[in-house]
Structures are given as structure tokens and as C-alpha cells.
Write a protein that binds this ligand. Structure first.
Ligand SMILES: [Zn+2]
Length: 130
């Protein structure tokens, strides 16, 4: 009886994800993917349609792929769809200024209300005592 077992474990290919650089833009970086075992199991890039997804099993095909027009276009589109944090900051600042103005106006109205109450109370006491 043969007791040896086949312990070969099949790994699923992993999905490639471009890296965000220090300016917050996507760029291709193969560092995380280029070790032998990762490539042996295959790396899939999700650019293009699902049909076009290719499992890359060596560094040469990987390098060729990221230079392809469709992949480059995908990176550009990814970067175009990034949230615009600068614009969001400007919007928040505007909202903050508007809130501050509303707040100032509210404080002014509260002060006016106090003056009016004070005035009416004075009138009232003048009327009663006269
Ligand atoms: Zn790609």
C-alpha cells in the first residue's frame, strides 16, 4: 500500500494592484510580485475586460504586460478617478467659513433678543411704576 501523499498545494493566482506613490498616484511596481513563488502561481492584472485577464507566470511577460497600451490606459484612468483631496479640502474650508458666518449671525440674533427682552422689561417696569 502506498502511503505517500501528494502534499502539493495548489495556490490561486493573485491579483495585481498598482502601488500608490508618495504623491498619491497609482504607478506600476512589481516588487511585491516578482518573487519566484508568486509568479509560479501566476499574477492576474484586472485591466481590460474579464475575458482579457491574463495570468502572468514570469517576469518578462509581466513587464511586457504593464508596458502595453491597454494597461497604461487603465493606470491613467485609475489616476483620473482618484478622489481629489485638494478640492475636497477647499470645499470643506468653504463650508467651515459658511458655518462660522451662520454662527456669528446666530450670536448676533441672540444678542438682539437679549437687548429686546431687556428693553421690554424696562418698558414694563416704567409703565407699572408710573
Ligand atoms: Zn494590466
Amino acid at each position: 500500500m502506498d502511503l505517500t501523499m501528494d502534499l502539493t498545494i495548489e495556490f490561486e493566482p493573485i491579483y495585481y494592484e498598482p502601488t500608490l506613490n508618495e504623491d498619491g498616484f497609482y504607478m506600476d511596481c512589481l516588487d511585491l510580485y516578482k518573487d519566484y513563488h508568486t509568479l509560479e502561481n501566476g499574477v492576474i492584472c484586472t485591466c481590460g475586460t474579464k475575458k482579457e485577464h491574463v495570468i502572468m507566470k514570469n517576469l518578462t511577460s509581466f513587464r511586457q504586460h504593464i508596458k502595453s497600451k491597454s494597461h497604461q490606459k487603465w493606470i491613467i484612468e485609475k489616476n483620473c478617478n482618484l478622489p481629489n483631496y485638494y478640492q475636497e479640502c477647499l470645499n470643506l474650508k468653504e463650508q467651515n467659513n459658511a458655518l462660522h458666518e451662520h454662527n456669528q449671525h446666530l450670536l448676533y440674533l441672540l444678542q438682539q433678543k437679549d437687548y429686546q427682552i431687556q428693553y421690554l422689561e424696562n418698558m414694563n417696569s416704567t409703565y407699572i411704576h408710573s
